[in-house]
Ligand binder design. Structure first.
Ligand SMILES: Nc1ncnc2c1ncn2[C@@H]1O[C@H](COP(=O)(O)OP(=O)(O)OP(=O)(O)O)[C@@H](O)[C@H]1O
Ligand SMILES: [Mg+2]
Length: 282
C-alpha cells in the first residue's frame, strides 16, 4: 500500500543552472532545500556539477559513496543518499556521472533496473520526495544540457555582470534552438536591490524576446549578503545560520514562488522517469 503511494506521488523536478560559473547556484540550491525542509517538504538535492560538485561541502556532510558504486558496485541508490542536519537528502552524483557517457548497453540496462528498484522502494527514504533540486554545472556542455532537458522546470541563475547575462542567453539559446525548450524561470542573484534585479531581468528578456521563441519568467532575486560567504566557511546553509538575514528573506520568498510554479513540460513528476530520461540522453 505504502509502495503504491510512493510511486503515484508527484515530485517537482527542478534544475538550477547557469551559463556562467560562480553565479551562486549551489548556495541557492542548498538554501532553498533548507527552506523547503523547514516548510515540511521532503527535498532531495542531486549534485550534478561534474567538475566542481560541492553541495556536500556547503552542507557540511561527507558522502561515503557516489553513483559509481551503484553503476559498478553493489550499492543501491538509497544506499548512497545521505541526509544533512535539516533532513535534506543529497544524491552525490557528481563524482560518478562522467562515466555515464561511457556506459555500455548492458550497464545502462543494469542501471535502469537500479532506478526501477529505487522508485519502487522510496519508502526506504521516508515519505515520497516532494522536490528534487538538481545543481548543474555551468555552461553548455552536454552534461549541463542533459540534466536541464531531463528536468521538468529549468531555473537559470543570473547576476548583474554582463558576462553572466550573455552566458545565460547562450545557454537559453542552445536549449531552445537545438532542443526545443520553451520555458525558463530566471533567478537574479547578488544584487543590491530588487530594482537592480528587475533591470537585469529586463535586459535578458529583451534580447531573448527579440531573437528566440521562449517564455522567460522572473522568479525572484537574492540580495548580495556577506552572510553567504560566511556560511560557506562555516559549512552550513545561510538560512539556518542567519535566518533573518537579507539573503534568507529572499530565499523564503523564492521558495514560495517556486511552489506556485506549474510544470511546463509533459512529464509525470516521477523521479524514475527523470532518471531514465537522463540515462537515455547519454
Ligand atoms: N547573494 C550572494 N551574496 C554574496 N555572495 C554570494 C551570493 N551568492 C553567492 N555568493 C558567493 O559566490 C560564490 C559562488 O557561489 P556558488 O558556489 O554557489 O556558485 P555556483 O554558481 O554554484 O558556482 P559553480 O558554477 O562553480 O558551481 C561563493 O563564494 C558564494 O559565497
Ligand atoms: Mg556550484
Amino acid at each position: 500500500m505504502k509502495k503504491q503511494k510512493a510511486q503515484n506521488s508527484y515530485t517537482k523536478i527542478i534544475s538550477i543552472t547557469s551559463g556562467k560559473g560562480g553565479v551562486g547556484k549551489t548556495n541557492i540550491v542548498c538554501n532553498l532545500a533548507c527552506c523547503f525542509a523547514s516548510m515540511g517538504k521532503k527535498v532531495m538535492i542531486m549534485d550534478a556539477d561534474l567538475s566542481l560538485g560541492n553541495v556536500s561541502v556547503i552542507l557540511g556532510i561527507i558522502p561515503k559513496y557516489n553513483i559509481s558504486q551503484v553503476i559498478y558496485g553493489d550499492k543501491q541508490l538509497k544506499d548512497i543518499i545521505i541526509s544533512d542536519s535539516n533532513g535534506v537528502l543529497v544524491l552525490p552524483a557528481s563524482a560518478g556521472i562522467p562515466e555515464l557517457s561511457n556506459l555500455s548497453e548492458p550497464q545502462k540496462i543494469a542501471l535502469m533496473s537500479r532506478f526501477d528498484e529505487f522508485a519502487g522502494d522510496m519508502e526506504g527514504l521516508g515519505e515520497p520526495i516532494d522536490i528534487l533540486l538538481i545543481d548543474t554545472g555551468a555552461g553548455i556542455s552536454s552534461n549541463v544540457l542533459y540534466f536541464n532537458l531531463a528536468a521538468s522546470e529549468i531555473y537559470v541563475v543570473v547576476t548583474p555582470e554582463p558576462t553572466s547575462i550573455t552566458d545565460a542567453y547562450a545557454l537559453i539559446k542552445v536549449l531552445s534552438l537545438k532542443y526545443g525548450e520553451k520555458y525558463f524561470r530566471i533567478i537574479i542573484n547578488n544584487v543590491k536591490s530588487e530594482r537592480e534585479a528587475k533591470e537585469v531581468y529586463k535586459h535578458l528578456s529583451l534580447v531573448s524576446d527579440k531573437f528566440l521563441k521562449v517564455t522567460l519568467n522572473y522568479l525572484g532575486h537574492v540580495l548580495n549578503d556577506k552572510n553567504i560567504p560566511r556560511s560557506v566557511i562555516m559549512q552550513k546553509p545561510a538560512l539556518s545560520l542567519f535566518p533573518d538575514s537579507k539573503s534568507s528573506e529572499c530565499i523564503k520568498k523564492l521558495a514560495y514562488n517556486i511552489l506556485s510554479q506549474k510544470d511546463n513540460k509533459i512529464s509525470n513528476g516521477n523521479i524514475q522517469f527523470f532518471l531514465n530520461k537522463l540515462l537515455r540522453a547519454f
